[in-house]
Design a protein around this ligand. Structure first.
Ligand code: AVW
Length: 273
């Protein structure tokens, strides 16, 4: 996919918005003195003139230490397998009880942008490629610029989470709601801190994008990969709860997909088709 041409301006503008608390996100005093020009410079520092498929794990550490992903106690929300409809992000945006990575400082700055380094010089002298960048799920280029950014930001988000945390999973995800290769499974869950996380609440939601609800493949809180996740977390000494079709998420799903069999007066706790 193409790179975001005016990325420096976008990053700078978003940084100013966030720092000045113009977004309605929980706004922390710590951010007030962020120097956006310096923050944007450090964002690129570790990737300029670099092979976009060989991004070091720590390429963004200076940037992420300037504007770390910080969430209010008891609000951190992870998500996995539910990308298509942006439901967790939208719920979090209108619900102060939840904070997702995309509404933290670095997540807000980098959201939906595409960028990468260039080793061969593209004429701009910036050491960035403004023509094409690897997709961040590329199998032939796993350590790419974007994957490295989100991996590190996700790790920091999980590490700093305190109090109750939440994870939204898709009950009908092919291969299981808890996907072994996901960022949540490989980076976030393993970096939660047993000493400060008081509960992990699993929110299992149906996939409203399926044209025909596929009950055959729907997992519940008591089977499949969700059960595996609960045991995994309990073995790490976490308190775990699991809820199917939680109203905290379903209200927005049902506002968007009003004709879904999971919504309305005939929907029960468990899907009725
Ligand atoms: P997935 P993951 N904006 O559904 O657990 C756009 O299996 O792997 O969920 N795309 C993104 C974003 C984002 N902000 N973040 C990750 N992606 C890509 C970060 C990435 O390639 C959040 F805190 C990812 O593997 C969630 O708790 C794929 O979309 C967690 O990581 C979604 O795969 C979601 O990653």
């Amino acid at each position: 996919p193409g790179a975001t041409h005016n990325i420096t301006d976008i990053l700078t503008g978003r940084c100013e918005e966030y720092r000045k608390c113009l977004l309605g996100e929980p706004c922390l005093p710590f951010y007030r003195n962020v120097k956006c020009r310096a923050a944007v410079e450090s964002f690129f520092k570790g990737i300029r003139n670099m092979d976009p498929c060989a991004t070091p794990d720590n390429a963004y550490d200076e940037f992420l230490n300037m504007v770390p992903p910080t969430t209010v106690r008891g609000t951190t929300m992870f998500w996995s397998g539910v990308m298509g409809n942006n439901i967790p992000q939208d719920v979090a945006q209108v619900t102060p009880e939840f904070s997702v990575l995309e509404e933290t400082f670095p997540g807000y700055m980098a959201g939906n942008l595409s960028w990468c380094g260039a080793t061969d010089g593209d004429g701009t002298g910036l050491g960035l490629n403004f023509t094409v960048c690897p997709t961040w799920t590329s199998e032939t280029c796993p350590n790419n610029t974007k994957a490295a950014f989100w991996a590190r930001a996700s790790k920091m988000l999980a590490t700093q989470a305190v109090g109750d945390v939440y994870v939204v999973l898709n009950a009908q995800r092919a291969g299981g709601a808890f996907n072994n290769g996901s960022i949540f499974a490989t980076i976030e869950a393993p970096n939660l801190n047993q000493d400060v996380v008081t509960n992990v609440a699993i929110y299992l939601i149906p996939d409203f994008q399926l044209a025909i609800p596929n009950e055959m493949y729907a997992e519940t809180c008591t089977n499949g990969s969700v059960l595996y996740l609960q045991n995994f977390l309990m073995n790490m000494n976490f308190n775990v709860t699991c809820e199917e079709n939680p109203k905290e998420i379903m209200w927005l799903q049902c506002a968007r997909f009003a004709n879904s069999p999971y919504c309305g007066p005939y929907a029960k706790g468990n899907p009725v088709v």
